[in-house]
Design a protein around this ligand. Structure first.
Ligand SMILES: NC(=O)C1=CN([C@@H]2O[C@H](COP(=O)(O)OP(=O)(O)OC[C@H]3O[C@@H](n4cnc5c(N)ncnc54)[C@H](O)[C@@H]3O)[C@@H](O)[C@H]2O)C=CC1
Ligand SMILES: O=C(O)[C@@H]1CCC=N1
Length: 291
């Protein structure tokens, strides 16, 4: 662990202990970027889940109901990772008001806008909205980030440092976050779906499950490495696989007949729309509550 890192001695409190919180915690611990004692996790319920995270990663935990300990953790936090479901964000942030200093509020919640979070927190909170993906767990996330109006340079550097330990970081305008969510937040699931489909097809055509898994996984990994390491774009790499009138051409033709590119556009667009919709729902609930 680097003693001179901007993360040195910083306290990170994760509000939420689900898949995304675990992916980030696992990544930070595996990157050897923080000492487990710098991370504390809290959850609304399920103390067995907190115990599990403590056992797996050595992080500290506080139970939702453990009020004194929680108040202490909130007051001391340098970064509060908001990793609960989008519909829980506003209520969760409300419970922080008056109990926190001026930490970086690092939200990974899909759809929930920076202005909404700023308005719930009141004052001049340092809100950072990020959209990582679960590959944080293996330090390969494609993360996009947008900064709120009250973020200091230090807050921007701190959040970027944390996120860049977990993979690539692209700074975007907040208005692009729904699209980002459709592309790279949900993206791993499309990829896994493709893997499932290829494995299923391979098995139904007579390959053993083990052979199907090995061939499909290595094909995906090899193709991803070719994209990264050759610097060639996908179209050129595809051309190199496609012999005139050969097998690949026959396979690609089936994808074209099914309008594969249009299907992918629809897939990303639906996910992006859902992100926008979730944000709008939460914003209107908040307006209703204030009336
Ligand atoms: N799963 C993914 O691939 C990605 C998820 N996200 C975002 O991450 C967030 C979490 O998603 P998941 O981890 O998949 O959900 P999840 O359902 O696995 O975890 C959410 C956790 O938050 C806890 N929680 C709810 N309210 C709380 C409160 N007031 N205090 C403490 N804990 C509370 C719940 O008990 C639960 O453990 C969501 O907002 C999602 O949009 C973002 C990028 C990718
Ligand atoms: O499915 C979801 O809503 C979350 C956000 C991006 C990936 N998973």
């Amino acid at each position: 662990m680097e003693g001179n890192s901007i993360l040195h001695g910083k306290r990170i409190l994760s509000v939420g202990a689900g898949s995304m919180a675990e992916a980030i915690i696992r990544g930070l611990i595996h990157a050897n970027a923080v000492d487990p004692s710098q991370i504390c996790v809290t959850n609304r319920s399920h103390s067995d889940r907190l115990q599990q995270l403590n056992k797996l990663y050595g992080v500290r935990t506080v139970e939702g109901a453990d009020t004194h300990a929680k108040v202490r953790e909130l007051a001391a936090a340098d970064v509060i990772l908001v990793a609960c479901k989008p519909y829980d964000v506003a209520n969760t942030l409300e419970t922080l008001v008056g109990k926190i200093g001026n930490p970086v509020i690092l939200s990974v919640a899909a759809g929930i806008s920076i202005p909404l979070m700023e308005s719930v927190l009141g004052g001049r909170p340092q809100v950072v909205r990020a959209m990582p993906n679960t590959a944080c767990a293996v330090l390969q996330s494609a993360t996009a980030v947008a900064f709120g109006q009250y973020c200091t340079e230090e807050a921007k550097r701190l959040s970027q440092e944390i996120l860049s330990l977990l993979g690539t970081v692209s700074v975007v305008e907040e208005s692009k976050m729904d699209v980002v969510t459709g592309v790279s937040g949900s993206g791993p699931a499309y990829f896994y779906y493709m893997v499932e489909a290829m494995q299923q097809a391979a098995e139904s055509m007579g390959l053993s499950p083990e052979t199907a898994r090995t061939l499909v996984l290595q094909t995906m990994t090899g193709a991803a490495k070719m994209l990264q390491e050759t610097g060639l774009d996908a179209r050129e790499l595809r051309r190199q696989v496609t012999s005139p009138n050969g097998t690949t051409m026959a396979g690609i033709r089936a994808l074209e007949e099914a309008d594969f590119k249009e299907l992918i556009e629809r897939t990303i667009s639906r996910a992006a729309e859902r992100s926008k919709e979730m944000g709008e729902q939460q914003a209107s609930l908040l307006v209703d509550r204030k009336l």
